[in-house]
Design a protein around this ligand. Structure first.
Ligand code: HEM
Length: 419
């Protein structure tokens, strides 16, 4: 147990208690003005907005090239050597190389240009009616009940169906798709034991084999979907080879799933706790966008992502060795008092809420942020239109998913009536 006035060094972010409520740790970082705090088994945590912004742009020194030439293989973040049986599972999948998220400029710059061609705001606008239809279909399914488990009857499914349809996957694949996505995300962000590594490896291989099949089909016969756009996107004469396109598709799947689920769930919990906001947002739907910005700042769906240090260096008086890991704390940046007045309060009309960096910063800033914002806005708008008297079930406390890397609920049960 750490006292509320402990220094940041006394917190261990892998301790379940700290994970469940990382904000005391974040307050300590800002109180100490700590540039880097060592988190055991994880790396040096960079928690202040100004430091994160500097580090996120220094891609030569703080690199996204975490993986060797074998490509982005999700083995967990502990750095323990890979067990033989896990290696054998990974070897059964198609070849992948580092692409987009696991590269640095100049390769990243080229991949990003190709991917930006698929993720345009015009494309997001074109699928908004479908997102709205999915939201209402999901509500229809639980409308006959007097309560809902919001995460698994709504917040998980909406982005999962949107992204699987957008990629051009058959709807029947959506459940598998979610399992692959969750497993691979864990493999990128969490410390895994041997058994968990096997599970992650199987999901990774299954996902890549399925994506490879679709990619080959779309190369021959393009459709109106993201895999077809990625298959045909060209800069000059360059287009993406399969071993580059597969990790990009994979990243898109996992980056677009749990993240958006968490944003929708975290937003809903704040509405359940503040019925006044429900009335205000209903009266003026334009407030949903700034409300969601404040949710991103206050309860950021992705709390951190890491970089590898490419040569011995210093941040302030903290020494970082070549090959060590630093974590960019998007979640703690949202609580930085140098940027946000009363950072631990949720303020609906906070004038600078949009200055959060919950979608990242620098060259790797989220490619799907337009889609994520549209999904969350439409998801919340549909709930406000259809439900009222939304109240958490008596004597029930929703729990967060036990990880320090993302922030979202395992479940969120509330009663409601139809409007
Ligand atoms: C609320 C939802 C979301 C949050 C909070 C979020 C957050 C982030 C963050 C923090 C990064 C930066 C990664 C880094 O610096 O290493 C990122 C990158 C990325 N995101 Fe998102 N994301 C969300 C939704 C989406 C969606 C819906 C998609 C696509 C369908 C997506 C696709 C990506 C991709 C492909 C990257 C890698 C970009 C690159 O390396 O250039 N994200 N996201």
């Amino acid at each position: 147990m750490v006292s509320i006035m402990s220094t940041a060094k006394n917190y261990d972010l892998t301790d379940p208690e700290v994970m469940a409520d990382p904000y005391a740790f974040y307050r300590a970082i800002h109180r100490d003005d700590a540039k880097v705090v060592e988190v055991p088994n994880v790396g040096g945590w960079i928690g202040r907005m100004s430091d994160i912004k500097v580090v996120a742009k220094q891609t030569e020194l703080f690199s996204n090239s975490y993986f060797d030439e074998g490509g982005p293989i999700p083995t967990g973040v502990s750095g323990h050597p890979l067990e033989e049986d896990v290696k054998n599972i990974f070897n059964q999948g198609p070849d992948v190389v580092n692409a987009l998220w696991s590269t640095d400029p100049p390769v990243h710059t080229m991949h990003r240009k190709l991917v930006n061609k698929a993720f345009t705001s015009k494309w997001v606008r074109s699928i908004e009616p479908r997102i709205e239809a999915i939201a209402h279909e999901l509500i229809d399914k639980f409308a006959g009940q007097d309560h809902v488990e919001f995460m698994h009857q709504y917040a998980v499914y909406l982005p999962m169906i949107v992204i699987s349809e957008a990629l051009g996957m058959a709807i029947g694949d959506a459940e598998k798709f979610k399992r692959w996505s969750d497993d691979i995300l864990r493999g990128n962000l969490d410390v895994l034991d041997h058994q968990q590594r096997k599970v992650v490896a199987r999901s990774f291989v299954e996902a890549n084999l399925r994506f490879e099949t679709i990619l080959n089909l779309r190369r021959k016969n393009p459709q109106q979907d993201l895999i077809s756009s990625l298959a045909s996107a060209k800069i000059g004469d360059t287009c993406l080879a399969n071993n580059e396109a597969l990790p990009i598709i994979n990243t898109t799947m996992l980056a677009g799933n749990e993240t958006t689920t968490n944003l929708i769930g975290n937003a809903m919990k704040i509405l359940l706790d503040n019925v006044d906001y429900v009335h205000q947002l209903r009266e003026d739907k334009n407030l949903i966008t700034p409300f969601l910005d404040e949710v991103m700042r206050f309860e950021c769906p992705v709390q951190c992502l890491y970089r590898i240090v490419t040569e011995d260096t210093q941040i302030g008086d903290y020494s970082l060795a070549q090959g060590s890991r630093v974590m960019l704390g998007w979640g703690s940046a949202g609580r930085d008092p140098d940027y946000f007045d009363k950072p631990d309060q949720f303020i609906l009309d906070r004038p600078n809420a949009h200055r959060h960096i919950g979608f990242g910063w620098g060259p790797h800033v989220c490619v799907g942020l337009g889609l994520a914002r549209a999904e969350a806005r439409i998801a919340i708008s549909a709930i406000l239109d259809r439900l009222e008297s939304m109240t958490l079930i008596d004597n029930y406390r929703p729990h967060y998913v036990p990880t320090f890397a993302t922030r979202g609920f395992q479940n969120l049960k509330f009663s409601f009536s139809l409007r």
